[in-house]
Write a protein that binds this ligand. Sequence first.
Ligand SMILES: *Cc1c(COP(=O)(O)O)cnc(C)c1O
Length: 378
Amino acid sequence: MNSKIWLSSPHMGGNELKYIHEAFDANWVAPLGPNVDGFEKDLEHFLNADVKVAALSAGTAALHLALIECGVIHGDEVICQSITFSASANPIAYQGAVPVFIDSEEDTWNMCPIALQQAIEDRISKGKKPKAIIIVHLYGMPAKMDEIISIAMKYEIPIIEDAAEALGSKYKSKACGTLGRFGILSFNGNKIITTSGGGALVCHTQEDKDKAVFLSTQARDNAPHYQHSHIGYNYRMSNITAGIGRGQMEVLNDRVNARRAMNNFYVELFKDVDGVNILSEPSTDFYSNHWLTAITIDDAKTGKTREDLRLKFLEENIESRPLWKPMHMQPVFADAPYYGGTVAEKLFEKGLCLPSGSNLTDPEKERIAQSIKKFFSK
Ligand SMILES: *Cc1c(COP(=O)(O)O)cnc(C)c1O
């Protein structure tokens, strides 16, 4: 049996252990410490915008704190892109709020601005103005931010940018994660860089960052004893984890280049296959890190379904995965309002994510290529 080819596996840079050793040598094994500060500075520098970053235990935690800082409370409504990982939507429920899901558009597969506008107007007419909009840059592809920002501004609703998959992506030369009221990043094991687990909240003011740090460290008031006037969370990143992050930041640009090269590899492979569409940048305004390369397979043209290809890959010990199942189709969100048509549903039916790791070797790529060629030639 050939060794397993993963969809997206951790890829260390080399200096991660150096930062961890420094932490051990200084006995900074407790939370906080120089690696946390250093990692935050590295991220701020990379994002190349006037932002303040708070390193946290997970991207999900960052989303939760963003909602709290936007004032989302029990009974509120929050708009969210339907086709995404469940972690985009779960924190809405943590706050006792209700998600309102929005369909995608065909170009970027992200939130459809037209459906967004309809949803806002309809919710307002029902007396429920949404408190925030969670936009996702799926698989690293930037959403249509100009259109979305202008709608959000018109109705004065803050945008929370879920850039968990889009570190290194840009929209009109600006880093994804810096375009909304808040942005969130993830360093989970399968993301473009990883700290084994972790996330960050991207803020535009020191005050917003201070609040996130306060809430993420159990909301301790300024007193010699432990005093609390808010409910706190244990969401801060640890100094050990941040050491991995600092090592990974040294190779982030290489990782983006490698993922983009993987995407090119697939573009070449599918060039002559009629009926396979690759998620691609609609114009030069969009710059994707191509965290995962995703395709849709038109079964009428190819005579095959995405499930056929997934199972073919599985036989050859190659991991692939259907696109995220839209949230409005999930049993847990069955009662949530939904706006739009069937774009997200069709993407789910026809779409597949292909192995896209930055550490795939040439022989592994050759195996993938052979497998795809065999599959579509029959
Ligand atoms: C990974 C991911 C998250 C959650 O990040 P964690 O660090 O795993 O909590 C949120 N949204 C999207 C779109 C993701 O892909």
